[in-house]
Ligand binder design. Sequence first.
Ligand SMILES: Cc1cc2nc3c(=O)[nH]c(=O)nc-3n(C[C@H](O)[C@H](O)[C@H](O)COP(=O)(O)OP(=O)(O)OC[C@H]3O[C@@H](n4cnc5c(N)ncnc54)[C@H](O)[C@@H]3O)c2cc1C
Ligand code: SF4
Length: 331
Amino acid sequence: MNPFAYTRVANPQAAIQAIAQHNTKFIAGGTNLIDLMKENVEQPNRLIDINRLELKQIIDREGGLRLGALAKNSDTANHRLVRDRYPLVTQAILAGASAQLRNAATNGGNLMQRTRCYYFYDLAMPCNKREPGSGCGALEGFSRIHAIFGNSRQCIATHPSDMCVALAALDAVVQVEGPQGTRTIPFADFHRLSGETPNIDTNLKRDELITAIDLPAASSVFADHSYYLKVRDRASYAFALVSVAAGLEIRDGVIRESRMAMGGVAHKPWRATKAEAVLKGQRPEERIFRSAAEAEMQGATGTEHNRFKIELGRRAIVRALTIAANSGRTA
Ligand SMILES: Cc1cc2nc3c(=O)[nH]c(=O)nc-3n(C[C@H](O)[C@H](O)[C@H](O)COP(=O)(O)OP(=O)(O)OC[C@H]3O[C@@H](n4cnc5c(N)ncnc54)[C@H](O)[C@@H]3O)c2cc1C
Ligand code: SF4
């Protein structure tokens, strides 16, 4: 690991001032960044420890919730209000990593975690995300865990987070602070597709700090019928091959609204708007769920190694919707 300077800051203004220096990174739980530094994938000159910032609270906000950027993943998942209003978020967080990691990992860090593409971690291989212009090891290599939606010729990596899939489905909003003040980023615009610049994962600027994630009150209507399904190679400690976050608002036996997103399939959490359009106004029946899955997965394209994800995606959508429809209370 390269030598680096370490500074601890006490307030967001000091953090923003400190991050302006060249090749500087925030460190929160350190569960992703330290691994990347040990592998020399990331080589910051300076780390700004933000763990002392007052950004750990989870508070009610006009019927919605504000999740502090420095709240731990485990505290977020187990918070009473999160469990009551957004069980999808609880399920998604608890499907990820391990209890020890979730105790250390923060909400802001979860959004910013980097891909698990094997070639990104292997300095002997070309990787446009790690070293722009060097090529993509996965395109001609082994691409079993890679993306089937929204790919470019530059990079076919997937975003690894589970929590982010639920946040995308529930229309979360990211609160950000920078030298120009505060701004909000709708979750759908926070992460980017790989395009021509796969080295840039998100639309957060280099000198900005995530302060919180807001969950809108309107998305709590999906609490009664929601489910996070994660399909992976092992039952724990494994990233999603395909995951589905599904929330249904069912009234008088009809789906009024739905929210769906997929993980493990794209460079960002993939909002399943085509499936949502099929579900609206329909009865929650398997036939409809199959049509929704078909509509969403039609746009997917696979490589020889990951083509299986297309059928897996269809089945995962049907299963997640079936469990969501049959769970909870029916109004
Ligand atoms: C073995 C293992 C298994 C895992 N399995 C899963 C899994 O199945 N599902 C899953 O979703 N995740 C999984 N993870 C990833 C884990 O959830 C992330 O490492 C964690 O959420 C990152 O949070 P952190 O606070 O530790 O971030 P850090 O490692 O401290 O930081 C990560 C990045 O975020 C930036 N950052 C942190 N906070 C802020 C902020 N407030 N504003 C701006 N930038 C910020 C840092 O600068 C850094 O670039 C796994 C990790 C490991 C090591
Ligand atoms: S898929 Fe992306 S992260 Fe993986 S090797 Fe290619 S450019 Fe790098």
